[in-house]
Design a protein around this ligand. Sequence first.
Ligand code: CAA
Length: 302
Amino acid sequence: ARQFSSSSRRYAAEVKSLGVIGAGQMGLGIALVAAQRAGVTVTLVDTSQAALDKGMGFADKLLAKDVSKSRLTQDQADEARSKLSHTIAMEDLAKVDFVIEAVPEIPQLKFDIFAKLAEICPAHAILATNTSSISITKIAAATTKDPTDTSASSRVVSTHFMNPVPVQKGVEIISGLQTSAETLDTAVAFCKAMGKVTSVSADSPGFLANRILMPYINEAVICLETGVGDRDSIDSIMKNGTNVPMGPLQLADFVGLDTCLAIMKVLHQETGDSKYRPSVLLAKMVDAGWLGKKSGKGFYDY
Ligand code: CAA
């Protein structure tokens, strides 16, 4: 099997083909930016043909918008589009150099996917996850039944992209206990080739982005639930006072209230620190099915 040579490992040049698992908003964004900016061929995998069709339709729309705004020529858009293919068979990732998994945050689903990737992908391939809250060490451990064999687990890393991927520059890269330095270097280099700005963090609950962002959102919901301020006052002071594009309650709706709650639960359970206690109102809204933008109702109506 081909190995990344040490002289070039800091560069993404040896990554020619990417597999992306999950054709949702994150996976599609990653696939499109990789094809467009890093110039790699991309195989997008999903179990649902309908999700693949929807994702490709969204990619076409984004490329057409970039052409209409003269950010891309038609030729550049066509070239990026020609690099994207899609499939419902994960076995089609048998020749990729790098994989990024972006499926829902269900631990067992991710563990099963990584066990399969370890079997299917070439022995040099980097196996990355876009998880926002699951331990990278646990995901890496799922690649083998023999923990002393790190041939696959040392190639597992997290590339945590921010939403929407085509817009946000930041990506946090997280190493698990098993991740090799070469894997980390290659992941950083590849994300830079995608035009992203990277931060590196430890495998700790919430990593960096959500460790900071989710308690901020949670505190905003607690301010609402305890009557410190109403919705518009809370969002207005943060939006107009700290120059962020959205206030915390609008951002919670954008991220999804179920996702916010799930991440707060991870922070609370894994640290045992009461400062991460999820807001009661946040939990109730999730119980009501008011999940934010995606369900048509959250702190705002859509
Ligand atoms: N995919 C691709 N592009 C998108 C997009 C999407 N899903 N949503 C919006 N955009 C693009 C629009 O097409 C538009 O592009 P143009 O400038 O080319 O027209 C641009 O973004 C601005 O969009 P809009 O004019 O519609 O709206 P806006 O100016 O209000 O911006 C926003 C929308 C980009 C979402 C902006 O409000 C924003 O940046 N919000 C904060 C988002 C944020 O904090 N994300 C991080 C969430 S945390 C996370 O991701 C980590 C986690 O694990 C939970």
